[in-house]
Design a protein around this ligand. Structure first.
Ligand SMILES: NC(=O)c1ccc[n+]([C@@H]2O[C@H](COP(=O)([O-])OP(=O)(O)OC[C@H]3O[C@@H](n4cnc5c(N)ncnc54)[C@H](O)[C@@H]3O)[C@@H](O)[C@H]2O)c1
Length: 262
């Protein structure tokens, strides 16, 4: 865990901060000294994230809203400026998944996955750019997935959305580099979050045990990752320690993509 106050004076916004990786990221950014605007659509869990940060001496505020809607993102980002004077770091992390073969997927479900997992990231980045420019630069970070590059049946649309995120990051870095704005994505492997728990809920006890073992065997370290390990990568990317890192995807997967054994 990065403990150094490497982000003191910085203002960060994290989407999907009521749960899993977003909560881990918000906590890590606050520990590193940033003031954090925590966004989600889940009011109660979002309040818990803010409380967790505040009781540990960090600075955070909740910002309810759906990141697939431009007017809501504009409102959330403006609240960062009103409350903390500006914005330096965006972690566009909110995401949904749905395991279903493309052949049987309904339009409404395809559209929602793309809206949240890809368009939501694009909107957050686009709306944040003028605010980061005002500060003389900053860092835009998206949560992608190893599924952007490694195939898993039942994940066609999710994989397409995440591959879109990687492509957008590469290209946007060229558009905003001159403004001292760095853009990157993080591709987590399997991380212990409520998203993973929901996947297991649909299985019987034996199948879920088998699945977890298979996931562990499918990476070099033989275990599932934690949201803290992703939070550390976010802090590093947002900090000056990553000052020459842009236009790229950082894989944090315990070696899943090296093993390719799923
Ligand atoms: N958990 C993993 O193993 C894993 C692996 C690779 C990538 N990811 C990605 O990491 C990100 C976070 O996943 P997680 O595992 O923490 O999931 P999670 O379900 O625990 O948390 C996602 C959060 O996003 C919020 N959210 C959903 N739609 C939203 C919207 N429109 N506006 C604002 N908030 C919204 C949810 O309310 C939830 O709190 C996602 O983008 C996911 O695709 C997760």
């Amino acid at each position: 865990m990065i403990e150094k106050k490497m982000l003191t004076g910085k203002v960060a916004m994290v989407t999907g901060a009521a749960s899993g990786l977003g909560r881990g990221s918000a906590i890590a950014l606050a520990k590193a000294g940033a003031s954090v605007v925590c966004n989600d659509i889940n009011k109660d869990e979002l309040a818990k994230t803010v409380e967790l940060i505040s009781t540990n001496g960090g600075i955070a505020v909740p910002a309810l809203g759906d990141i697939s809607k431009t007017n809501e993102v504009t409102r959330i980002i403006s609240s960062a400026k009103k409350r903390y004077g500006g914005l330096d770091i965006v972690h566009a992390n909110a995401g949904i998944e749905r395991y279903e073969n493309l052949e049987v997927m309904k339009d409404v479900d395809i559209n929602r996955l793309i809206e949240v997992d890809l368009i939501g990231v694009l909107i957050c980045f686009r709306e944040a750019i003028p605010f980061l420019k005002e500060r003389g630069g900053g860092s835009l970070i998206a949560t992608s997935s190893v599924q952007a590059t490694h195939s898993l049946p039942g994940c066609v649309v999710y994989a397409a959305a995440k591959a879109g995120v990687n492509a957008a990051v590469r290209t946007l870095a060229l558009e905003v580099g001159k403004d001292n704005i760095r853009v990157a994505s993080i591709s987590p492997g399997t991380i212990d979050t409520p998203m993973l728990t929901r996947d297991l809920e649909d299985m019987d006890v034996e199948s879920s045990k088998d699945f977890l073992q298979k996931v562990k065997n499918a990476n070099a370290l033989g275990r599932i990752g934690t949201s803290e390990e992703i939070g550390d990568a976010v802090v590093w990317l947002a900090s000056d320690m990553a000052s020459y890192v842009t236009g790229t995807d950082i894989v944090v997967d315990g070696g899943f993509t090296a093993v390719k054994n799923f």
